[in-house]
Design a protein around this ligand. Structure first.
Ligand SMILES: [Zn+2]
Ligand SMILES: [Zn+2]
Length: 132
């Protein structure tokens, strides 16, 4: 939690619970998932508190908002460059670590200086494959 020392907002017990739920979480939870998990500990906490905290964390670069799932935003506390495997059946999102050497042809770069990329691999996860 040391890395949040200069976060710039008051670390209330509720916000700390949200942060510790996200710490090292690789499930890419939605705001609803986070609310469900943390409100077990803080029954009086509102959904707005979760939502606003996530917004602030995203704006300050502590988490990444993923727009992979059209039904709901998902959040990723892993801000290091990585890619994702997405199950089109259960919407599970898994991290893919590794570098892919993607060279964008000069003509397609549009004079951009490329600094990174994010690849979304779509498919069906082993659990869903078994279910079929
Ligand atoms: Zn699946
Ligand atoms: Zn991720």
């Amino acid at each position: 939690m040391q890395k949040y020392k200069n976060i710039g907002f008051k670390l209330t017990p509720q916000r700390l619970a949200i942060l510790s739920y996200l710490e090292g979480n690789t499930e890419h939870p939605s705001a609803e998932d986070i609310y469900k998990a943390v409100s077990a500990q803080f029954p009086t906490m509102s959904f707005a508190t979760v939502y606003n905290t996530l917004d602030t964390l995203r704006d300050r670069g502590y988490i990444i908002e993923l727009n992979i799932d059209p039904a709901k935003k998902r959040f990723d506390p892993n801000i290091k460059s990585h890619h994702h495997l997405i199950c089109t059946s259960c919407k599970m999102i898994k991290d893919v670590h590794g570098e892919f050497n993607l060279n964008l042809p000069q003509l397609m770069k549009d004079d951009f200086r490329i600094t990174g990329n994010h690849i979304e691999f779509y498919g069906v996860c082993p659990v869903c494959l078994k279910r079929k």
